[in-house]
Design a protein around this ligand. Structure first.
Ligand SMILES: Nc1nc2c(ncn2[C@@H]2O[C@H](COP(=O)(O)OP(=O)(O)O)[C@@H](O)[C@H]2O)c(=O)[nH]1
Ligand SMILES: [Mg+2]
Length: 320
């Protein structure tokens, strides 16, 4: 029997719901989710297998428009675009509760003209607002996309092939909608041998996913700015009897940041540790002993070597 296998890029502005959708499609927590934009730092591959078809879903950092981005965000942008090259299907997510944004015009214009891919536009978070508002958001996306196409000089300029409903309405919180989207994505995969085993969920090692789970708690428990300057490195990860021992270092940029992470008499670090341990135990389905340390590495988010060492973040142009 022929097998199908392909790459699916999840793209869209920060906070559009990419990581939440990836987790929902996989039925497990793989990618970090928070209500702060730019939580996802790296590309994360999730494997979805069913029947004859395998879809390799690539979650990406949100793409940003700005000329003056710090080094870390420049690399994050490049990671997002590099994913497009590999993709057989591009899922472009727009938060229906926020509507279309100028950046959507910019990215979709680029994708439509440059890439010979299938393109599925998704309107996300449809559960979040009343039906009338969802319809309003949908209409806004249709109109703005129409404006975008009107601006294209000739149809031959368009390389992408739009597929599915436009936009396809989905809530990651509604299992039936997620399941039908999953089936649809699987049905669009090109012929090809499977690249992963039937039970594989990701190409990332367990320790990467665990570092991300700890980082998620830091995102949730700290204020707006600081989390972007923080990395988590797993120093020890060992299974002993029924317990997994994890020792991790939280890397911050400044002494003052260290103080904030540790909190009064260590209270913040303790609370991050407790919630991270609960989340890790749920993910690993076993008891976890977690130790956290905080270390200052000044300027790490501007230094390519340290970005690679602490955040596993490499400039795709340098790697290939
Ligand atoms: N109600 C609702 N919230 C969602 C949905 N998808 C994402 N969110 C929330 O939107 C925020 C951003 O989601 P996230 O997946 O991190 O966005 P990303 O930056 O595109 O990866 C988080 O607070 C999520 O819980 C959805 O379908 N429904
Ligand atoms: Mg994300």
């Amino acid at each position: 029997m022929t097998k199908n296998c392909g790459y699916v890029a999840l793209l869209g502005r920060p906070n559009a719901g990419k990581s939440t959708l990836l987790n929902a499609l996989l039925g497990t927590k793989l990618a970090v989710v928070s209500n702060k934009p730019q939580t996802t730092r790296n590309k994360i591959l999730g494997v979805c297998s069913e029947g004859n078809s395998q879809a390799l879903l690539l979650d990406t950092p949100g793409i940003h428009k700005s000329d003056n981005l710090p080094k870390m965000n420049q690399v994050m942008n490049k990671v997002a675009w590099s994913v497009l090259k590999d993709a057989d299907l591009v899922c472009y997510l727009i938060d229906v509760t926020n509507g279309w944004h100028e950046e959507d015009t910019l990215w979709l214009d680029g994708i439509l003209k440059k890439f010979e891919k299938k393109l599925l536009v998704l309107a996300t978070k449809t559960d979040k607002v009343k039906i009338e508002e969802v319809e309003h958001g949908r209409q806004n996306i249709v109109n703005r996309f129409h404006d975008l196409i009107e601006g294209v000089k000739s149809v031959s300029e368009l390389k992408c092939q739009l597929i599915g409903d436009f936009p396809l309405m989905v809530s990651s919180k509604r299992p039936t909608e997620v399941a039908s989207l999953r089936n649809y994505i699987l049905s669009q995969m090109p012929e090809g041998e499977w690249l992963f085993g039937e039970d594989d969920l990701t190409d990332r090692p367990q320790r990467f996913v665990c570092a991300e789970i700890i980082r998620e708690q830091i995102f949730r428990q700290l204020g707006q700015e600081l989390p972007y300057k923080i990395a988590v490195v797993i120093d020890i990860f060992e299974n002993k009897n029924n317990v997994t021992n994890i020792s991790a270092t939280i890397v911050v940029e400044r002494d003052s940041h260290k103080g904030i992470v540790i909190g009064k008499k260590g209270s913040r670090l303790k609370s991050i540790g407790t919630d991270a341990r609960i989340s890790l135990e749920r993910h690993l389905d076993r008891k976890v002993f977690l130790e956290l340390f905080v270390k200052v590495k000044s300027g790490w988010t501007e230094n390519l070597n340290m970005l690679s060492e602490y955040a596993d973040l490499q400039d795709p142009n340098d790697v290939n």
